[in-house]
Design a protein around this ligand. Structure first.
Ligand SMILES: Nc1ncnc2c1ncn2[C@@H]1O[C@H](COP(=O)(O)OP(=O)(O)OP(=O)(O)O)[C@@H](O)[C@H]1O
Ligand SMILES: [Mg+2]
Length: 239
């Protein structure tokens, strides 16, 4: 099932002198197995747009459909459960819980879904291993580097196997080697697990793994370009 935005607009502080049109009439469709890269200057509305697509912020106008469900119409008490089951979100600022270890942070969404604590922690540990954090899994966020925290946040977004994965600057805190590894992991996950992925980034290397690159300026989609995904993805032939 796809991720579809139809004429989405977000106006902050509507009607006040500080009013800002952060997202302006954006429409897009990301099919399963596709990775879209959103690029654009600081303040152009990228975070606002994916936050709306992830059901974490309401749009002023427009419709967002995830897995066939119009999330703009979902009642507030239904939205958290829908998000938990369908959307993985990697925040620009990680949003890890400081009192919990890396493993516990990753396990939180599974525990919230009702999976036993033991099983959730086991799955969290194996996902952290895949992301190269085997030896850091008992550390709390304060004792992790920026790149390690980034990978914990990625694992937490993936643990529930969501159909839609949204990532805000997922490689911003990673050096080029780790950045490349994370990129290729996201690439493989999108293909093999048929996820609809949107990555917001200033990192033009992500064009390599994207099917499509969209430019955002002043809240509008202004340009579209093919990415290199088909050329580089080692998983492309597997699906
Ligand atoms: N909660 C808010 N209230 C009012 N204005 C906001 C709020 N959040 C963002 N804005 C404004 O909306 C516009 C878009 O911000 P947004 O954070 O979406 O940009 P961005 O493209 O993600 O930028 P960056 O690349 O710096 O992360 C900016 O002008 C910003 O100041
Ligand atoms: Mg941003």
């Amino acid at each position: 099932m796809s991720l579809i935005a139809n004429s989405v607009t977000k106006i902050y502080d509507k009607g006040r002198p500080s009013e800002v049109k952060a997202v302006d009439n954006v429409s897009l469709t990301v099919n399963p197995g596709e990775i879209y890269l959103l690029m654009g200057p600081s303040g152009s509305g990228k975070t606002t747009l994916i936050t709306i697509l992830g059901g974490l912020l309401s749009a002023t106008e427009g419709v967002v459909t995830v897995n066939g469900e119009d999330i703009t119409k979902l009642k507030e008490n239904k939205l958290p459960k829908f998000r938990l089951n369908n959307i993985g979100f990697i925040f620009q600022s990680f949003n890890l819980l400081s009192a919990l270890t890396a493993t516990e942070n990753v396990a939180v969404p599974l525990i919230a879904k009702g999976v036993s604590r033991k099983k959730s922690l086991e799955q969290a540990r194996s996902l952290l291993k895949i992301l190269g954090l085997e030896n850091r899994s008992n550390n709390k966020p304060a004792d992790l580097s920026g790149g390690e925290k980034q990978r914990v946040a990625i694992a937490r977004a993936l643990i529930t196997d969501p159909a839609v994965l949204l990532a805000d600057e997922p490689t911003a805190n990673l050096d080029s080697k780790n950045g490349h590894e994370v990129m290729m992991k996201l690439c493989g996950i999108a293909c093999e697990q048929n996820k609809s992925v949107i990555i917001v980034s200033h990192d033009s290397r992500i064009k390599e793994i994207a099917h499509k690159v969209l430019w955002v300026e002043d809240g509008k989609l202004t340009k579209e370009e093919e990415g290199n995904h088909k050329k580089v993805c080692p998983h492309e032939n597997l699906v």
